[in-house]
Design a protein around this ligand. Sequence first.
Ligand SMILES: CC(C)(COP(=O)(O)OP(=O)(O)OC[C@H]1O[C@@H](n2cnc3c(N)ncnc32)[C@H](O)[C@@H]1OP(=O)(O)O)[C@@H](O)C(=O)NCCC(=O)NCCS
Length: 270
Amino acid sequence: MSTKSRLLGTGAYLPERTVTNDELANWLADQGVETSSDWIVARTGIEQRHFASESETTTYMGTQAARRALEAAGVSGPSLDMIVVATSTPDQVFPSMACSIQAELGAKAAFAFDIQAVCSGFVYALTVADSMIRSGQVRNALVVGAEVFSRLLDWQDRTTCVLFGDGAGAVYLQAAEGQEAGILACSLHSDGTLGEILTAKAHFHNGKIIGDPFLRMDGQTVFKQAVTVLGNNALDTLRQAGVEPSALSLLVPHQANIRICSNCQKTGAH
Ligand SMILES: CC(C)(COP(=O)(O)OP(=O)(O)OC[C@H]1O[C@@H](n2cnc3c(N)ncnc32)[C@H](O)[C@@H]1OP(=O)(O)O)[C@@H](O)C(=O)NCCC(=O)NCCS
């Protein structure tokens, strides 16, 4: 009998502080940077974002989202076998965010590790957890995605600083045998040769931060890649699962940019 991963609980956490486009544009104007709510909405669909306070760390937000996912499923930290956290903005180099969140949850029986795949990190983490459940390695898995991107933003760079925000999400997965419900297929894709189009290059060396500490992006190339690869990956996943695009009632891209989301939706409609 084949084992599948059933998704039994979801949870999310958003920082308390909401910043509308107008608020951001006014604040940026004070820094000598020109933008407008109209430009942001027209190019991205974004109307507001959440920015974390000093105390809303990646660990804190990830733990809050995780608690909500576990509560929704009616389980608690000690029942977990595995915690995987996707983040590119950890609170520290190590211990991993997964270990920090494990400690907060009292999930003593679990092993815990992070995955770093930036925007697609949550999909990578979910795929790894699903594979470990299907292989019989674990039965109870927590997957968390948590980011504080506002800490990487250069407020003088209007091509990036209006696009990103902070938050966390989590899902609890459980092994199930002979069930119809469960994750049917996953598909991952990477192209390391395009590494230069979205970067945060700084690293530590001899007690100093070396390199550019800010996020940098070639927006147009990211846009073209995201539209093509997201659509193709979604179609590949559907093919593996034997599901027609027309059967979908909900498509949830890992993306806040409405133009990328709608282009991805159109790929499946052709
Ligand atoms: C970033 C993005 C919104 C920019 O939209 P675009 O249509 O490509 O815009 P361009 O970069 O061609 O810039 C057009 C003009 O707007 C200006 N502009 C850029 N940012 C601006 C801002 N925040 N406010 C006002 N004007 C802005 C540019 O300077 C340029 O002016 P110019 O024509 O006088 O040179 C778009 O490329 C995009 O969505 N990329 C994907 C980004 C993404 O989603 N990344 C997340 C990780 S997956």
